[in-house]
Design a protein around this ligand. Structure first.
Ligand code: ZN
Length: 90
């Protein structure tokens, strides 16, 4: 997982895992429009590993920032999406 190509494939596999859908707002995007979000922010010691990284749109990523993801997703009040993230990170 060190070469740029391996990283590219890794990022792609995460987005595909989430069906190119933002885990927070549930909107589907073109794979190139999606970003990756660290569920536990890197600033708080979150790891750059598959179980801490989810697909997320630019708007949500920017808005979430270093907010706790549970607090952030709460505004969408969608238990299904919360469950999806919990499953992924556990
Ligand atoms: Zn979003």
């Amino acid at each position: 997982m060190t070469s740029p190509e391996a990283k590219r494939l890794w990022r792609r596999s995460i987005k595909e895992h989430f069906d190119c859908t933002c885990v927070y707002c549930g909107t589907t995007y073109d794979i190139h429009e999606l970003t990756l979000d660290h569920v536990r922010p890197k600033a708080y010691g979150g790891a750059n590993t598959t179980d801490n990284v989810v697909a997320c749109c630019k708007a949500c990523n920017q808005e979430k920032g270093t907010t706790n993801w549970k607090q952030f997703i709460h505004k969408y009040s969608n238990p299904l999406r919360e469950h999806l993230i919990l499953q992924h990170i556990n």
